[in-house]
Each structure stands twice: as C-alpha cells, then as structure tokens.
Design a protein around this ligand. Structure first.
Ligand SMILES: N[C@@H](CCC(=O)N[C@@H](CS)C(=O)NCC(=O)O)C(=O)O
Length: 216
C-alpha cells in the first residue's frame, strides 16, 4: 500500500487520535499541517479533501477518509494487529461507549468553531468562553471516571490499550489547555499517564509534531 497522508493540526485532539492509532498500528504516514489559527481548514485546498472544513483528513490509495472515528475504525479493520478493540462483542461496545462519551459528548462542545461562535454571535466574554469547555469536559470526565473505575485496569478499559485510550489521551491534553486540574479524576489521569509512556503516544504528542509551534 502506498503512503498515507494525514492532514491535521498539531494541537487538534482529533488529529492526535489519528496519529496515535496510526503509530500503534505501525502504519507509515506523512503529515501535512493545516493551520487552524489562520483558517486553513476553510480554504479550498483543504475543503476539497473535507468539505466540512475540519481536520483530520486521511488520504489513502482508495480515497480520502474524514471523521476521526471513521479513520480509527478503518485502521482497526484494515490493520487488525495489534487490535484496539477487545474480541467480545459486548466489550467492544463498552470501549466504543467510552470513545463516544469523549468523541460525541465532550470534544464537539470545545471545538474551535464553537468557541468562536460563542464569542462572535452570542456575545460571550472571554471568561465565559473559557468556562464553557471546562464545564463540558468536567461533566464528561465525571462520568468517564466512573466507567473506568468499573471497567478499567492498567488502561482505560482492562489491561490492554484500546481505542478508549486513543480518545482519552488527547482529551486529557485538551483539559490541560483549558486549565483543568485533573485531581478529581485520578483513574483517568493514571490511565492516561500509563498510555503516555508508550512510544506510539510519545510520537503522537502535539509538541513533537512537525507543525508544532510551542510559542503559541
Ligand atoms: N467529528 C470530527 C470533528 C473534527 C474536528 O472538530 N476537528 C477540529 C480540530 S480537533 C477542527 O478542525 N476544528 C476547526 C474549527 O473548528 O474551525 C472528527 O472526529 O474528525
């Protein structure tokens, strides 16, 4: 298979998810930075890849895949080893539920376009704009902490890395960016800290990406 190209942004949580999974699957890929600060995601060069104007987009020999959950599920099916979902159907559902908690019920609410809209169209001041993502991350993490208490082990789900860890690491990173202290969620913090030691997670970290701008 020829090279995959991941169009993403170093600090984007959804791009971070895709990088972790590509690394875990040991799949070669090249990265192209889409600078969300300058609005490159809305320019024609990128919207041809993803008409939604959101990163990531993964260019494959079969075409372009958008939506990080679809990218992760495709990777799981196209590159089954190592597996990132358990074998038993119910356990797979449990992991997917953890992923959806983050991917559907936390991340979309803290997205750049949502925060920009709060500022521009709803008159929210900066304090309110910053409080908004913290409010939704807190609600999601409170629930996820209980799920991990029930089903976690060394990692978010039992004792092997799964897609739940692939979603959790970027969300923990975002929580830090929004100034949240992780003390109320010791199980999430422990699972994320353990996953962070894996080379696939180290190499996917925003700070080490080619387009990283640590001054910003
Ligand atoms: N559901 C999509 C969400 C993608 C998404 O929201 N990407 C963010 C970065 S994490 C983005 O491109 N934001 C640009 C913007 O809000 O203008 C996915 O999981 O891929």
């Amino acid at each position: 298979m020829s090279e995959l190209v991941l169009h993403g942004y170093w600090r984007s949580g959804t791009s971070y998810r895709a990088r972790i999974a590509l690394n875990l699957k040991n799949v070669a890929y090249r990265q192209v930075g889409v600078d969300l600060r300058t609005g490159a995601q809305s320019e024609a060069g990128f919207t041809e890849l993803n008409p939604q104007g959101l990163v990531p987009a993964l260019v494959t020999p079969e075409g372009v895949l958008t939506q990080s959950p679809a990218i992760l599920e495709w990777l799981e099916e196209a590159y089954p080893h190592p597996p990132l979902l358990p074998t038993a159907p119910f356990a797979r559902g449990e992991v997917r539920a953890m992923c959806a908690l983050i991917g559907c019920d936390i991340h979309p609410l803290q997205n750049l376009r949502v925060l920009k809209t709060l500022r521009a169209d709803y008159g929210a001041d900066e304090a309110a704009v910053q409080a908004w993502p913290r409010r939704w991350i807190t609600a999601g993490f409170n629930a996820l902490e209980r799920l991990v208490e029930r089903r976690g082990g060394n990692y978010a789900f039992e004792d092997a890395l799964t897609l739940a860890d692939v979603y959790l690491a970027p969300q923990i990173y975002s929580a830090g960016r929004f100034g949240l202290d992780l003390a109320p969620w010791p199980r999430l913090r422990a699972a994320a800290e353990r996953a962070a030691l894996h080379p696939a997670f180290v190499q996917a970290h925003p700070d080490t990406q080619p387009d990283a701008d640590r001054a910003s």
